[in-house]
Design a protein around this ligand. Structure first.
Ligand code: SIN
Length: 310
């Protein structure tokens, strides 16, 4: 089961609604106990219980967490206590830490991005439906976001399952997209023309030496671990289709972008201090809801290096 289905559910999560029974929960064996995986929505997302990720976890537990990530696209932990070093140590259990080129030199530690939203910010990081940093030839495999300070309400994060987005396309559309590549650029999210810094507390590179990074990826990517097909376009980085102008690309791209976050593909995560979200950046898109009004929100993000996608 690879996050196209939640445990105990039929092929269409809309027609086979989850109950509250024990079968809803998937228990995974460990050498010294069990982690418990509790789905939070019909298509995507599960809370992981019975594990303290600040500890030096054994290989079996890390394997169980990785499996849960692949199964559910995004997994959540509650009541964790992670300082920056413990967050980096946990991140490294899943791969090399990715250094974000557009935050390099902007914060104290290049391996960490502190995402701060101050009261009254008119823009926030991640407010469009996106996968992270897809202008890179090798986009990050995943990200781990730890909640330091959260608003009393507002500031939730949405996630959308891109395996299901692909599966729900018609056969004709799947056939048409099979060999299409998309152009991804960071020019909407960084650099002087993006003009984000005047409106938000989290600053990105906007200096005159900044240069655009551009890569192409297939529109339909085969996930390197699950080997399942998924839709791989997003609102923050995808500019158009290779060999076409941006204007020509726009109608189809807009359709695919909207289609990718149909409500039945999504889950919504309500943060508490000490909550952690760990997403598979290949398999899902996410969006930070810009509704925290008068409140501060502070998150710490690490990213895991990935590989080229085919
Ligand atoms: C992000 O897009 O990585 C930030 C998500 C969030 O702050 O909820």
């Amino acid at each position: 089961m690879m996050c196209s289905l939640a445990p105990g559910l039929g092929n269409d999560p809309r027609t086979d609604a989850p109950g509250n029974s024990e079968e809803m929960y998937m228990h995974i064996g460990r050498h010294d106990g069990r982690i418990e995986v509790r789905p939070i929505a019909g298509s995507i997302g599960a809370e992981i219980h019975n594990v303290d990720i600040s500890k030096d976890l054994d290989e079996a537990t890390v394997g169980d967490i990785r499996k849960a990530l692949l199964d559910h696209c995004v997994i959540f932990f509650r009541n964790q206590r992670l300082d920056a070093e413990r967050q980096k140590a946990f991140t490294r259990r899943f791969g090399k830490i990715f250094i974000h080129p557009n935050y390099r030199g902007m914060q104290a530690d290049p391996e960490i991005i502190v995402i701060t939203r101050e009261a009254g910010d008119r823009k926030i990081v991640g407010e469009e439906w996106h996968a992270d940093t897809t202008m890179m030839g090798e986009p990050p495999l995943g990200a781990i976001l730890y909640a330091i300070e959260v608003p009393p309400y507002g500031g939730d994060t949405l996630f959308a399952n891109q395996y299901q987005a692909y599966e729900a396309l018609s056969d004709g559309m799947k056939k048409m997209l099979a060999s299409v590549r998309a152009v991804h650029s960071d020019r909407m999210v960084a650099g002087p023309q993006a003009n984000k810094n005047a409106y938000r507390a989290t600053k990105v590179r906007e200096d005159a030496d900044w240069r655009e990074t551009v890569s192409t990826h297939p529109v339909v990517v085969t996930h390197p671990e699950t080997e399942k097909k998924l839709l791989y376009v997003n609102a923050s980085y995808t500019m158009g289709f290779e060999g076409m102008t941006e204007e020509e690309s726009r109608p189809l791209l807009d359709y695919l972008l909207q289609h990718g976050h149909r409500p039945e593909f999504t889950c919504r995560f309500r943060w508490q201090p000490g909550s952690v979200a760990f997403w598979d950046n290949r398999a899902c898109k996410h969006l930070a809801i810009h509704d925290a009004g008068p409140f501060r929100r502070v998150m710490r993000r690490t990213q895991i290096a990935g590989a080229a996608l085919g």
